[in-house]
Design a binder for this molecule. Structure first.
Ligand code: AKG
Ligand code: FE2
Length: 302
């Protein structure tokens, strides 16, 4: 890996921009892309449902090597072993293993779609390695991945093994990213008289917001589904898509996966202290962190 790079990235989304697929004229924009029909169908699915599934996106040898390298890492590193056992996840696996970066850089079809959906080159902000299904309740990621401009973030999930309802496949509410009736500032005003004291990563506002989103989705007749995936498949989700991890029915069965939280190169990420505070919306649109370059892709240095 190269030395940390401090970059000034002129090609990045600027205040006032939004994802093209969130614009009211997205169908016209999509028609103008010089892409085969099957790509346009996949992109239209993302715009309407909030996610895009890429079959066989990871080379099989990389998926196998990612599991072996993770196992070898936690075998020899007691601190990381403790961390991943206690939290059920290893944060920023890309920092510790080569395959933890290659799952991202070698899945070329997934990268191509991320770049098209952003309209900019995708880069890694954080990653998580999961050995088991997370059983996380349905949520939107956006309160802790509040980019500037807004919504230039995707969760990109890579299956290292099959994920089925037995071992805790992902769940999602298709179309839930379009539910716009939850006003996070009004919610914050109702639950605190001091928005400036909202903590970036630990706040009761998280659950309050996610509960309101789930209620709104339900009242609009949207339903939760299970997204079963095969080893090597990749799923890209919209920043506002409600999603989570299914219940593990076969106890002890693994569901190995890596999720990358991605943003355009140079795009900064803020957390709940910004997301819920109306007076902090004017934050800078250039990331202040350094990057590592690996196989032509940028990873935020941690
Ligand atoms: O893998 C899962 O079960 C959910 C992961 C997730 O929600 C996330 O990384 O944002
Ligand atoms: Fe999530």
């Amino acid at each position: 890996m190269a030395d940390n790079l401090q970059l000034n990235l002129p090609k990045r989304p600027r205040i006032g921009e939004c994802l093209w697929c969130d614009r009211s004229d997205w169908k016209n924009i999509l028609q103008q892309f010089a892409l085969p029909d099957e790509d346009k169908i996949a992109l239209a699915h993302f715009a309407e449902k909030g996610y895009l599934l890429i079959k066989n996106g990871i080379p099989r040898d990389i998926a196998d090597a990612a599991i072996s390298e993770y196992e070898a890492l936690i075998e020899k590193n007691a601190i990381l072993r403790d961390l991943s056992t206690k939290d059920g996840r290893l944060p920023n696996v890309h920092k510790y293993t080569t395959t933890g970066k290659q799952v991202f850089t070698r899945a070329s079809e997934a990268l191509r779609f991320q770049d098209i959906l952003f309209g900019y080159r995708s880069s890694v902000y954080t990653s998580l390695y999961f050995k088991y299904g997370t059983q996380q309740s349905i949520h939107r990621d956006v309160p802790v991945f509040r980019t500037q401009p807004e919504n230039f973030y995707f969760g990109v999930w890579y299956g290292l093994e099959d994920a089925t309802v037995e071992n805790g496949a992902l769940r999602a509410i298709p179309g839930g990213h379009r539910v716009s009736s939850v006003d996070q500032f009004a919610l914050a005003a109702r639950h605190t008289n001091d928005a400036d004291s909202i903590h970036p990563s630990q706040s009761p506002m998280w659950t309050i917001y996610q509960t309101a989103v789930a209620e709104q989705c339900k009242s609009q007749g949207l339903e939760e589904i299970s997204i079963e995936m095969e080893k090597g498949d990749v799923l890209i989700w919209h920043p506002l898509l409600p999603h989570g991890g299914g219940k593990i029915i076969s106890e002890g069965q693994t569901r190995q996966s890596i999720v990358y939280h991605v943003v355009p190169e140079g795009c900064p990420v803020y957390q709940m202290d910004v997301f819920f505070n109306r007076t902090k919306q004017d934050v800078p649109d250039l990331a202040t962190w350094k990057y590592d370059l690996f196989e032509d892709r940028l990873f935020a240095a941690r």
